[in-house]
Ligand binder design. Sequence first.
Ligand code: 3HC
Length: 311
Amino acid sequence: DLERAQAYFDDIIARDSRIEPADWMPEAYRKTLTRQIAQHAHSEIIGMQPEGNWITRAPSLKRKAILTAKVQDEAGHGLYLYSAAETLGTPRDELVQQLLDGKAKYSSIFNYPARTWADMGAIGWLVDGAAICNQVPLCRCSYGPYGRAMVRICKEESFHQRQGWEILYTLSNGTPAQKQMAQDAVNRTYGPALQMFGPPDDQSPNSQQSMAWNIKRFSNDELRQRFVDMIVPQAEALGLTLPDPDLKWNEERGHYDYGELDWDEFFGVIKGHGPANAQRLAHRRAAHENGAWVREAAAEYARKQAEAEAQ
Ligand code: 3HC
């Protein structure tokens, strides 16, 4: 009965164990995980666009091959995450339709344009770096399929972050124009990358419940702080600066203090008014339409296979 099921669920959470698809779960648990995993999947798929735009313009065959591999990884992460979301009962074409209809969220960071090749470095180093900070704790998410998907995804993100850092390192040690291009890309990406961790804790309606259910292991601000502490020495090693005059080591906190972020801009972006929201959705819709024939062919092939097996 419901009481026993709820008690069983509460005990699994209290023991910091795992909920699997066949287990009973509160509808609100199912709902918030479907919400988060679907948004995560959408982020991976939309995240392919800024980098995809630079594959044909990569400065060397090596860079082209690495960037192609990274974009392919992100497609795979998206499909992995749609599969994890489907185990909660919502079919992926329903989730994808929400994205196509402009009704679904995806990571704010991808609504900013990638203006130069150096952005490929800033995305790898900062965006994938932030993604790693956010995703490593998600490997211990109480929902089994999501936690397990994160283990595989985090391994590939580390390669993404390294190749980004290496692009910036090469540019920073190149000509003055290349160094300036790298610095400009870092200047544009730093703020929005810090906002990937979500709004400040006192403006985060989902955090408390997500933490009670061992979905979210650390608060938005805790992970943001961890990320800032990580990138300050890395920026020094790059010979680049971070665009934040308030950034300074705070001895008694044992962390770096950093400046206020523009949350009006953030909430505008997640409402759909970012610099590239319309472009990203238009591209995603066009890809869906251009790929319709593949879906039809696959469905027809599956039908014929089923027919043949039925005979
Ligand atoms: N972009 C867009 N929307 C965001 C956001 C962001 N960066 N941060 C928060 N939001 C939204 C939330 O979805 C929520 O709206 P909703 O209730 O309609 O879903 C609202 O703002 C309030 O935020 P909360 O802090 O209450 O929401 P969460 O508890 O869900 O925390 C989160 C936000 C930390 C992003 C959490 O959802 C999360 O950890 N998600 C999984 C990680 C993820 O999505 N990462 C994407 C990174 S990009 C990527 O991985 C691609 C890379 O490989 C290139």
